[in-house]
Unconditional design. Structure first.
Length: 142
């Protein structure tokens, strides 16, 4: 299996986990604006599952089906912990796209970089601050 195929499979898994995470953590948000933002992000992740599946199909590969349940990065009990979980979910998604960017070339690399950027923006929205290297948190210096 190529590095690109492995990265795409990981991106598909990250997107499926994000869909699950948004459905669970989004339900704990109380502010109507944040609910709308979460719903929009949920829809983006659902669309990205299809996009990444298409990229894999072009390479004669198929992602694993979504799991029935995923571990959230942290417990979600209220709006504050929901925002923290959603920020961590976006960091994980950005990390998956960073790996695709590293392994891809041409138009796929550009599209994956835009997906990484989109995840970083959503992460900053939930975190309320930005990180210096989205998708690489915890990887720098290792």
């Amino acid at each position: 299996m190529s590095d690109l195929e492995s990265a795409l499979l990981a991106a598909a898994a990250a997107e499926n986990a994000a869909v699950y995470g948004y459905s669970l953590a989004g339900a704990r948000l109380a502010d109507p604006h944040q609910l709308a933002v979460a719903r929009a992000a949920y829809d983006v992740h659902r669309a990205q599952v299809q996009t990444v599946t298409g990229w894999l199909a072009e390479r004669s590969s198929t992602p694993a089906p979504p799991a029935p349940v995923y571990d959230l990065p942290s417990p979600v009990n209220d709006p504050v912990t929901a925002r923290a979980a959603l920020a961590a979910i976006e960091e994980s998604t950005a990390a998956a796209y960073a790996d695709v960017v590293a392994a891809a070339a041409g138009p796929l690399q550009r599209t994956a970089a835009l997906a990484l950027q989109s995840a970083a923006v959503r992460e900053a929205r939930w975190r309320t601050t930005s990180v210096p290297f989205p998708g690489l948190l915890g990887r720098i210096g290792s």
